[in-house]
Write a protein that binds this ligand. Structure first.
Ligand code: NOJ
Length: 738
């Protein structure tokens, strides 16, 4: 026995050494096929079934409820090939052990969950991290997530999510890398690399599952699970490429989306799951449905009952049915009625077994998991340092009239719903440890700031009494740090909202402080772009923290006091108002562009009441210093790249980082291409007064577009190259492509 002790020295668990015995060696493709031939039909159907961990009692197998909930017996339950949800090292070992005792062919179980922006150490939400414009940083965060998650017994994470998003009403925008396809490609790829590494057999790696295929982010009206209707032109040019980037990076699983795309539910869509995914995008791994999505085919109206739903999903290309059991329940009937399904089932089982084999589960079904390793890995100090770094790099300074950075001597009155709230981990941090979260108050105190008063308020109600007290506490020379935002549950899955303003009372408090001429720094905690018109009007500075994760308060304090210089840029535009939605920087041109028709008052593409431009566009974000960005010579073609020379100067007196962004437009094209699209970027750090000459490569293949009737085409002729570091001001260059 190995005895393991927790922090208090108590014996936490015992592990028998024989549990570590290697049960089978690595298999080759042929041996997997042989194994499949030995399997009964039911055993095969079991492998393509994934059940929630709550059906598996931690000690033994009683009281699991599958009979009532899923209609399958205890015996059938243990045929399932993979488990999702809540776990820890001890339970994983117990469940796996029982499985192996029951499994006739000694097939190990695989454990999956949603580790989206950290397991127990939580990083900022992905939408925030995309604003770092630093895929390397995100790769490291994913690496850390894999270390924590694998130590707790998992082998697969349902991440990254690379749905391109243009509608901030949709609560899941926080899970995406934003509105730009290239950022989703780069960050998705980086996350896959961070989770999977070079060798998936390394016990501290996780297989990644990219989701949700496809266009789930285009839910009509921004209402979650709603249908999406997206042209093939846009799907191919914007929505599919991030999946392709993850596939090229070796992602092992793809999750089919919940919604119906162009009339056909993604879970029963052979065009999507076979023609596009397998043939065009060349995916060879495993396709998993989303939670309960197989049975939802009945609600979508394409299947009449459970058996039909399971058959449609299997036939269309789903290889793991998540959280329901249609396939395993009806397999005998399928094969009698539709004999061709057996070969399809065999293929699905093969994908599942290949994945298990790649993960090294046949050699070590426990994958080196033990409570000691778990204790060592979870929430270790190095991981918290990475979370702090990520939170400082992801925050975006939206406004600053010079009030920031604050000195530590400045007396601060800290108030608002996020003044001392620990609920800053953000949606999809299911296993995050809320008690670990550093609040804004903790952060300011830890930095040695002078906190005069802390007045915590509610999200939706600030009493007259509280706001009067706040105003009365302020003396000359004081600054109010007002930590505002949306509660966590207002975004994330099923967190759609029609109004994307802050709650009325939060705005009233801000307005009142403004009317009393009190200097106010607004810190924002939220999972989606908001309509910030009023905040912009009344605040002296606005720092968008998003949901910053475990180290949020420390990051906020470091930024407020100027120990860190804000460098994040928006990965998703903040609309001027909800009426502009969907809005993104890469809109197609119109026949009547407002900017060109200056003399025409009416008949042009415009709103009569608001500007066309978002309040804060993609790529926007301030710093405590200013940068001069100059195109520095001609673009040179070298091998498969176009090199754009840029000179960047830090004009201020503080070291800082900025992101040089390169966009392209095509002057004349076969199609109406967006006026500008991001093709390259580079984040650089500069000391005060220093300049750097850099060359930013545009990969030649990023010029290609999918054109109806032609496929992927690199159009020749004149291109416009636009260079910017704020998404607002652009320097223009010409590029001729021969
Ligand atoms: C539903 C969500 O849509 C998906 O993203 C997630 O991975 C699964 N549930 C599993 O939790």
């Amino acid at each position: 026995y190995i005895f393991l002790r927790n922090e208090t020295g108590c014996c936490r668990s015992r592990i028998k050494n024989e549990d570590r015995i290697i049960r089978k060696s690595k298999m080759d493709r042929n041996q997997i096929k042989v194994l499949i031939r030995q399997m009964t039909l039911e055993e095969k159907a079991g492998q393509v079934t994934q059940l929630p961990s709550r059906y598996f009692a931690i000690q033994g197998s009683q009281l699991t409820g599958t009979e009532t909930k899923l209609g399958i017996s205890e015996e059938k339950k243990w045929l399932c090939g993979s488990i999702l949800g809540k776990l820890d090292a001890v339970s994983m070992r117990n469940i796996q052990k029982e499985n192996l005792e029951r499994s006739r062919l000694q097939i190990p179980l695989m454990f999956m969950t949603d580790i989206v922006h950290g397991y127990q150490t939580i990083f900022p939400v992905p939408l925030a991290m995309a604003g770092s414009f630093d895929p390397g940083m995100v790769r490291e965060c994913a690496r850390i997530s894999a270390k924590e998650g694998s130590a707790a017994g998992y082998q697969v994470t349902f991440s990254p999510m690379v749905d391109v998003v243009r509608d901030p009403r949709w609560g899941r925008v926080m899970e995406s890398f934003g509105e730009d396809s290239k950022l989703n490609c780069d960050f998705g790829k980086a996350m896959v690399e961070g989770y999977q590494g070079e060798n998936l057999k390394d016990p501290d790696r996780l297989a990644a599952c990219v989701k949700h295929f496809a266009a789930y982010g285009a839910a009509e009206g921004g209402r979650d699970y709603n249908t999406s209707d997206v042209s093939e032109f846009r799907l191919r040019n914007k929505y599919f490429p991030p999946f392709k980037a993850c596939i090229d990076a070796g992602v092992k699983l793809v999750m089919a989306a919940f919604e119906a795309l162009n009339g056909i539910p993604a879970t029963a869509n052979p065009w999507l799951l076979q023609d596009i995914l397998r043939k065009d995008l060349e995916f060879e791994g495993t396709v998993i449905s989303d939670w309960g999505a197989v049975l939802e085919l009945i609600k979508h109206g394409v299947a009449e009952e459970e058996a039909e739903a399971g058959r449609l999903a299997l036939e269309s290309g789903v290889q793991i049915e998540m959280a329901t059991a249609a396939i395993v329940k009806h397999i005998e009937v399928y094969v009698k009625k539709f004999p061709h399904l057996e070969a399809i089932l065999d293929e699905a089982v093969e994908k599942v077994l290949i994945l298990k084999n790649e993960l090294g589960l046949f050699e070590d079904p426990y994958r080196g998991v033990d409570p000691e390793r778990e204790m060592r890995e979870l929430r270790s100090p190095d991981k918290k340092r990475a979370a702090f770094h990520a939170a400082t790099e992801s925050a975006v300074l939206l406004e600053n009239n010079g009030i920031l950075p604050l000195t530590k001597e400045t007396p601060v009155i800290l108030t608002g719903p996020y003044a001392e709230s620990k609920n800053i981990l953000g949606p999809w941090s299911v296993d995050g440890i809320v008690e670990d979260a550093i609040t804004v108050k903790d952060g300011l105190i830890l930095k040695g700031g002078r906190i005069k008063e802390v007045i915590q308020t509610a999200y939706e109600e600030v009493t007259e009494q509280d706001s009067d007290r706040i105003v009365q506490t302020v003396a000359s020379g004081d600054v109010v740090v007002l930590a505002l935002g949306e509660p966590e549950l207002w975004s994330g899955e099923a967190g759609s909202r029609s109004v994307i303003e802050l709650p009325e009372h939060q705005i009233s408090l801000l307005k009142k402080l403004h009317e009393h001429q009190i200097p106010v720094v607004v810190l924002l905690f939220n999972g989606r772009p908001l309509d910030l018109r009023k905040v912009k009007e009344y605040a002296d500075a606005v720092l968008e923290m998003w949901f910053p994760g475990t180290e949020g308060g420390n990051a906020a304090a470091a930024l407020l006091y100027g120990e860190k210089n804000p460098s994040g840029k928006l990965a998703m535009s903040f609309p001027y108002g909800s009426g502009q939605i969907p809005v993104s920087y890469d809109m197609a041109p119109t026949g009547r562009p407002k900017a060109d028709l200056v003399q025409e008052p009416r008949y042009k593409s415009q709103y009569l009441d608001i500007p066309n431009e978002p309040l804060y566009s993609f790529g926007y974000g301030l710093s405590y210093t200013e940068y001069d960005v100059q195109v520095n010579g001609k673009i040179v073609r070298q091998e498969q790249e176009y090199l754009v020379p840029v000179k960047v100067t830090n004009l201020g007196n503080m070291t800082g980082k900025t992101v040089v962004q390169i966009y392209i437009g095509k002057k004349k094209s076969l199609v109406a291409r967006p006026v500008k699209e991001l093709v390259a970027y580079k984040k650089i750090e500069l000391q005060p007064g220093k300049s750097k000459e850099i060359v930013i490569p545009i990969e030649e293949k990023t010029l290609e577009r999918w054109i109806p009737g032609k496929g992927w085409t690199k159009e020749k002729g004149e291109y416009t190259i636009l260079v910017s570091n704020d998404g607002r001001n652009f320097q223009r260059m010409e590029l001729t492509v021969g």
